[in-house]
Ligand binder design. Structure first.
Ligand code: SF4
Length: 347
């Protein structure tokens, strides 16, 4: 057989980097694949907030591929992913993260990719017992089966704890050169990284996507509860990543920029929402997201919004509201006193 070919699911974290390297070192041609669900922590989200701008901005998946010297395919799965998030067969994790279904989905997409591109097998950086939901030993064969990948799925970091797979049986990789990691202890990965000379790698704390985040998940639930359907667009889920979200009335919520980077990002949405900013003082950009928003609603939002600008203690603040079609109205309001802002309004 000519050189075997594998596709590796690259998340941008250490495990997928190591798993890829282990297989590359056995003479396999490896390329990377990364799926963009819209909830990824990677990429442009990092670039929004100004306070993060001193940190080096990089897409860790691209960076990992570059370190490994492999090609990376970034695949947009935003639409298909909706069904995974809305109807997860195996339910959610601690927050809105449907990890088991998500893994199964991504491996299934990788399988479609290898079939279309003449590759032989799939690599993931999964480690038995590392994460409670998707990396339990009893779930590993379920994910392999339900994704359709079956024996074409190789998990090089823990392969020796699992039944033999096709790449091992065919001699494309040697089982004895694969690893037997298990559990939550990260030391073996760190040691392997040191052995390979990988000193700089991403260590995502809660996971690779926003769905593991409690506050973000609450905002998604709030969005679903206040819309006729749970369907969403990329813009919806991007806007949940920025600003303070306050819902003073069921028919609308306010998105209040927390700093300059967020205000700038939100500017891009002024044609889709009623937007407001303070003209008498320095203040945040505010978007109103909702349905049948009345002038009274906008006035209430102006009073609340005034509280978040430099005019918070002033007697009167001028706020200009602009409707998507371009119509504007100026409101002169007194900022709402803090005790009147109901904690329950915070999404
Ligand atoms: S953390 Fe997010 S991207 Fe990662 S497996 Fe879970 S749901 Fe999928």
């Amino acid at each position: 057989m000519s050189q075997p070919k594998a596709i590796s699911l690259i998340s941008g974290g250490l495990d997928s980097m190591l798993a890829t390297k282990v297989v590359m070192d056995q003479g396999v041609h490896v390329e990377g694949i990364n799926f963009f669900t819209g909830f990824c922590v990677e990429g442009h989200t990092h670039a929004i907030r100004k306070r993060d701008q001193k940190k080096e901005k990089r897409n860790n998946a691209l960076w990992t591929a570059e370190q490994l010297g492999i090609k990376l395919h970034i695949v947009d799965v935003i639409d298909e992913y909706k069904d995974v998030l809305l109807n997860p067969k195996h339910g959610y994790g601690a927050n809105l993260n449907p990890c088991q279904d998500c893994k199964t989905f991504m491996i299934h997409k990788a399988l479609e990719w290898i079939e279309a591109n003449g590759f032989d097998f799939i690599i993931t950086g999964e480690v038995v017992g590392q994460r409670p939901m998707s990396q339990r030993k009893d779930l590993m064969p379920v994910i392999a089966r339900e994704s359709g990948a079956g024996e074409r799925l190789l998990r090089p970091l823990c392969a020796r704890n699992l039944p033999e797979t096709l790449p091992e049986r065919e001699g494309w990789v040697k089982r004895e050169e694969l690893l037997g990691f298990s559990g939550r202890n990260r030391k073996p990965q760190m040691a392997l990284a040191a052995q390979y000379g990988f000193t700089d790698y991403a260590t995502p704390a809660g996971g690779c996507c926003f769905l593991t985040d409690e506050n973000y998940s609450k905002k998604v639930v709030d969005m679903w509860q206040h819309r006729p359907s749970r369907d969403y667009e990329l813009d919806d889920i991007m806007l949940l990543k920025v600003g303070r979200h306050i819902r003073p009335r069921p028919n609308f919520k306010m998105i209040i920029g927390r700093e300059e980077g967020e205000n700038k990002f939100m500017e891009g949405y002024r044609k889709q929402f009623i937007s407001m900013y303070t003209t008498s003082h320095t203040g945040p950009l505010i978007l109103l997201d909702g349905k049948d928003i009345s002038t009274d609603d906008v006035e209430l939002a102006a009073r609340i919004g005034a509280r978040f600008g430099q005019g918070r203690t002033a007697e009167q603040v001028s706020i200009k509201a602009t409707w998507p079609a371009g119509e504007t109205k100026e409101f002169k309001v007194s900022p709402m006193p803090p005790h009147e802002i109901d904690e329950a309004w915070y999404v």
